[in-house]
Design a protein around this ligand. Structure first.
Ligand SMILES: Cc1ncc(COP(=O)(O)O)c(C=O)c1O
Length: 415
């Protein structure tokens, strides 16, 4: 999906270049050692980007731009990948059904009937695919776009995956699917009242990203349910719960149950965030059986490879890893908030693995300046809303990655 892990072009550093340059690295290493010795002597830690060894990444880059899991993939998933890679010569007839059954257990669904035959698909109202992105696009294509037209409502700022896809669809096919981006509230929460007021007889699909990316905000399930009840049942509601595992509000209820009670509601999730499996590309949707059947029809039947599906099954019960990721993410986030407070920078408290910060200066330019210093942050989802022109988004990396990112941010802001 993303070549920068093996090839960093921003400064001309490539994996090949890195190794080729290793012979000449002695002077650099000496410099680094001197700097370290000085910092130890002075009692200050002076980590620089050159000290960073990001998991799954070339050294010397702080990559906290894509909301990936900085703690690596779930170890249980890695063990499953190792155990099953030698079976790759076989069609694995059971792996996708077993993954969907494992997701069913994870969501607390009743056990399904045993499979009727070797090739039987899952009878659960769960549909897994190669990434939640693929499912978002499928939903846009098959529920948002009707006969080349339709009207799709999405908040602003928000993830915008569906809106981006539909813009491309319009461009390539010459269609005129309407996109309505509805500003979030002053606290950057989905403004469900305004979204409801924007519905017209042509509306086909409403997208709610909850928690929202990039704002990190949540809306209560009760408010989402009121919204669904008010909406004509011909309008599909897509609730993207990519970051639901990171919500910090005690007792917060997700929308899976709504997806089983209302025939027009689809909830999507991903293994890319909490389980650290972004490269493995596993996402799923849950909805009533009719919707799931249609998604399956338009999907890539048994599209997940056996190695990926088995990794997903293992990750779902890797509770130690999930606990560790949550604990570390929250500790880093709280520390980061404190540092931002010291800098006097405004941020939006987040229920996700990332935080957006008002840098008080043009966000896009700042992201480029930090990238030139090999600190990759992002403005994804903030392209058009003028309220977030100065905002930048930090994925919560490891403590070292965050320390370096903060040092570089501080220097850039005082330059
Ligand atoms: C809100 C949201 N939805 C969906 C995705 C895509 O996830 P996946 O890796 O499953 O395609 C992302 C990825 O960053 C996201 O932020």
């Amino acid at each position: 999906m993303n070549s920068k892990k093996s090839e960093y072009t921003g400064s001309g550093l490539t994996r090949r270049g890195f190794f080729a340059g290793a012979a000449g690295a002695a002077a650099l290493a000496l410099d680094q050692r001197l700097a370290l010795a000085q910092s130890i002597a002075s009692g200050r830690t002076a980590l620089t980007v050159d000290d960073i060894r990001g998991w799954g990444h070339i050294p010397g880059v702080v990559d906290i731009g894509d909301n990936e899991n900085p703690y690596g993939p779930s170890p249980a998933a890695v063990r499953a990948i190792a155990a099953h890679m030698f079976d790759s010569n076989r069609y694995d007839d059971d792996c996708v059904r077993e993954l969907e059954e494992a997701i069913g257990r994870h969501l607390g669904f009743p056990d399904p009937e045993p499979p009727a035959s070797r090739f039987a698909l899952s009878t659960l109202p769960i549909y897994s695919e190669c990434s939640s992105t693929f499912i978002l696009f499928q939903v846009a294509l098959h529920y948002g776009i009707r006969d080349g037209s339709g009207e799709i409502i999405e908040a602003e700022p928000a993830y915008g995956g569906v809106s981006g896809y539909v813009q491309e669809y319009n461009r390539i096919t010459g269609s005129e699917v309407t996109l309505r981006r509805i500003p979030t509230t002053d606290e950057f929460r989905h403004d469900l009242d305004a979204m409801l007021a924007a519905v017209t007889p042509n509306t086909t699909l409403v997208v709610i990203t909850n928690p929202n990316n990039p704002t990190g905000t949540i809306v209560p399930r009760a408010a989402i349910e009121r919204f669904i009840v008010e909406l004509p049942s011909s309008v599909t509601v897509l609730i993207d719960e990519a970051y639901i595992d990171f919500v910090r509000e005690p007792g917060y209820q997700d929308c899976v149950e709504l997806s089983q009670r209302y025939p027009n509601v689809i909830v999507t999730r991903t293994f890319s965030k909490i389980y650290g499996l972004a490269g493995t590309r596993i996402g799923y949707a849950t909805a009533q059986e009719g919707l799931i059947e249609r998604l399956r029809l338009f999907g890539n039947s048994q599209g997940l490879g056996n190695v990926n599906a088995r990794a997903g099954i293992a990750a779902l019960t890797d509770y130690d890893f999930v606990r560790r990721v949550l604990r570390s993410t929250n500790e880093v986030k709280d520390w980061f908030y404190g540092e931002l407070d010291k800098l006097g920078l405004r941020y939006i408290p987040s229920h996700t693995s990332f935080v957006i910060v008002d840098a008080g200066t043009d966000g896009a330019a700042l992201v480029s300046r930090m990238a030139a210093r090999k600190v990759m942050i992002s403005r994804l989802g903030m392209a058009t809303d003028p309220r977030v022109r100065n905002f930048i988004r930090f994925t919560m990396g490891t403590p070292d990655e965050m320390q370096v990112a903060l040092n570089v941010l501080r220097e850039e802001l005082s330059a």
